[in-house]
Design a protein around this ligand. Structure first.
Ligand code: HEM
Length: 415
C-alpha cells in the first residue's frame, strides 16, 4: 500500500487513513512509497515502544527518503554522538540516567524549577496579545510556537537573541528528517543543521570555560559528568542540548496549537474553559489523544518478528502510528469523538511508552495548562478569525498547524 503522507487526505485529516488501517484485517502494512512498515493498533504500538530488544532507535532521527548526494555530504560532517532518542542500550541507559539527573521530569521538580519560567513567559506573551485587541493575531507564530521555545532556551541557558535562528534550525531539522524537501532545499536545511550542531558544541565549550557553575541544563550536565567521559562526554552533552532544543519546543507547540484549535472551533468551548479552568487538564489529555503533536515515530527492527500473521524482517524501519493507536476502538470507546470528559484518556501513546517515554511530558503538561488557563482568563472572547482554515505542514512525524488566526473584539476590555 501507499501512505502518501505529504499530500491529499493524509495531510488534511490523517484519521481517515488511520481508520482504514485499523479496519483492515492485517496487523502490519508495508508502505512502499516510504519503504516503511506501518504499525497502527494500540496494543502493537505500545508493545513496540516497550520492546527495546526488538525495536531499536538507531535510525529514529534518520531521514525517511534518499537524500541527494550534496545534502548527504553536509550531513556526513555531523559528528553528533547518539543520545536518548537516537540511542540504544547501553548508551541509552547511561544518557537517559544523566538526563533524569539534570532535567526535571517529575511533578514537584518541574513545578519548582520550571513553573516560574513558564508563568513569566506566558504572562509576557499574553500581555502582548491582549494589547492588540481588534487585530488579527496568528496564535501559532506569536504564542503556541514561541512559548515552548522561550521556555526551553531559558532552561538551557541560551540567550534570547538566538531564538529566531534556533527556531529556523529546529523547523529545518524536522523538515529535513521527516519531510520531503526538494534537493536544493535539502542542502540548505542540512547546512542549517550543521550550523545548529556547531552552535550546541559552542554552548558546551563556553560553559566549560566559565566553570559550569550556573543553574542552566548545560552547566548541570557538566557537573553531573564531573570530568568523567565514562559518565558523559562533552559531545554527548552538546547532543542532548541539540535534541532538547528541538524536542522541547516543536512538540509542545503542536499540543498548544491543537488545543487552541479544538477549544476555539467549537462554539462555547473556549468560554467554558475560561469559566472552568479546572476542566483544562482533562481537555488537554483528550487533545493529546485525539490530535497528537507527533503522530508517527520511527523504530528499526533488531530481529525479525511476527505481528498478527505478518512477518517483519530484521533491519526494517517501522513507523509506529501513534495517531492511529490513539483512535483504536479496542483501547478507546467511540475513538473518533473528541470528548474532553473522557475517562481513561490517559492510555494514549502520545508521549511514547516504556524506556524512551518522553522525558518532557510533565513539563509539556505544565506549560500547556498554564498557557491555556491564562490566555482564556485574559481573553475569554477570543475567536477564530473569519475565513481561517487549518492547514498543516507536510511531515511524517510532526503534525503542526501553519497558522491559527484569531481576533478579540475591541469592546471586550478586561483588565
Ligand atoms: C506535547 C509535547 C510533547 C510530545 C507530544 C512529545 C512526544 C515524544 C515522543 C513520542 C517521544 C518518543 C518516546 C518513545 O520513543 O517512547 C519523546 C521522547 C522525548 N522527548 Fe518528548 N514530547 C513532548 C515534549 C517534550 C519536551 C517539552 C521535552 C524537553 C524539553 C521533550 C524531550 C524528549 C526527549 C529528550 C525524548 C527522548 C527520550 C528517550 O529517548 O529516552 N519532549 N517525546
Amino acid at each position: 500500500m501507499q501512505l502518501r503522507p505529504f499530500t491529499g487526505t493524509y495531510l488534511i485529516d490523517p484519521a481517515l487513513v488511520w481508520r482504514e488501517l485499523l479496519n483492515a484485517p492485517q496487523d502490519a502494512h508495508f508502505a512502499d512509497d516510504l519503504g516503511l512498515w506501518l504499525i497502527s493498533r494500540h496494543e502493537h504500538v505500545r508493545r513496540a515502544f516497550a520492546d527495546a530488544a526488538t525495536f531499536g532507535n538507531a535510525l529514529t532521527l534518520a531521514p525517511v527518503y534518499q537524500m541527494c548526494p550534496e545534502a548527504l555530504a553536509v550531513v556526513m560532517r555531523l559528528d553528533v554522538p547518539p543520545t536518548t532518542a537516537a540511542a540504544d542500550s547501553p548508551v541509552h541507559t547511561r544518557t537517559r540516567r544523566a538526563l533524569r539527573a539534570t532535567f526535571a521530569n517529575t511533578g514537584p521538580r518541574v513545578a519548582d524549577q520550571y513553573g516560574p519560567i513558564v508563568r513569566r513567559r506566558v504572562d509576557e506573551l499574553v500581555a502582548g496579545i491582549a494589547a492588540r485587541r481588534g487585530a488579527v493575531v496568528d496564535l501559532v507564530g506569536e504564542f503556541a510556537a514561541l512559548l515552548p521555545l522561550l521556555v526551553v532556551v531559558d532552561i538551557l541557558g541560551v540567550p534570547e537573541r538566538d531564538v529566531p535562528r534556533i527556531r529556523s534550525w529546529a523547523d529545518g531539522q524536522i523538515g529535513l528528517i521527516w519531510g520531503r524537501p526538494e534537493p536544493a532545499e535539502q542542502v540548505r536545511l542540512a547546512q542549517g543543521l550543521l550550523d545548529f550542531w556547531r552552535y550546541c558544541q559552542g554552548l558546551v565549550a563556553r560553559r566549560m570555560t566559565e566553570g559550569a557553575a550556573g543553574d542552566d541544563f548545560v552547566s548541570r550536565a557538566l557537573r553531573h559528568r564531573g570530568g568523567d567521559d565514562a559518565v558523559l562526554t562533552p559531545a554527548e552533552i552538546a547532543s542532548m542540548a541539540f535534541n532538547l532544543l528541538v524536542a522541547g519546543h516543536e512538540t509542545t507547540a503542536g499540543l498548544l496549537a491543537h488545543g487552541l484549535d479544538q477549544a476555539l472551533s467549537v462554539p462555547g468551548r473556549w468560554s467554558d474553559l475560561a469559566a472552568r479552568p479546572e476542566a483544562v487538564p482533562a481537555f488537554l489529555e483528550e487533545v493529546l489523544r485525539f490530535a497528537p503533536a507527533i503522530d508517527g515515530w520511527l523504530r528499526v527492527t533488531l530481529r525479525p518478528l511476527t505481528i498478527g500473521g505478518v512477518t517483519i524482517p530484521a533491519g526494517a524501519r517501522c513507523l509506529l502510528l501513534i495517531g492511529a493507536a490513539n483512535r483504536d476502538p479496542a483501547a478507546f470507546a467511540d475513538p473518533d469523538r473528541f470528548d474532553p470528559t473522557r475517562a481513561g484518556g490517559r492510555g494514549h501513546l502520545s508521549f511514547g511508552y516504556g524506556p524512551h517515554f518522553c522525558i518532557g511530558a510533565t513539563l509539556a503538561h505544565l506549560e500547556a495548562r498554564i498557557a491555556l488557563v491564562r490566555l482564556a482568563e485574559a481573553m475569554p472572547e477570543l475567536r477564530l478569525a473569519s475565513g481561517h482554515q487549518s492547514r498543516f505542514k507536510p511531515n511524517l512525524a510532526f503534525r503542526a498547524h501553519r497558522t491559527l488566526l484569531v481576533t478579540q473584539p475591541r469592546s471586550s476590555q478586561r483588565t
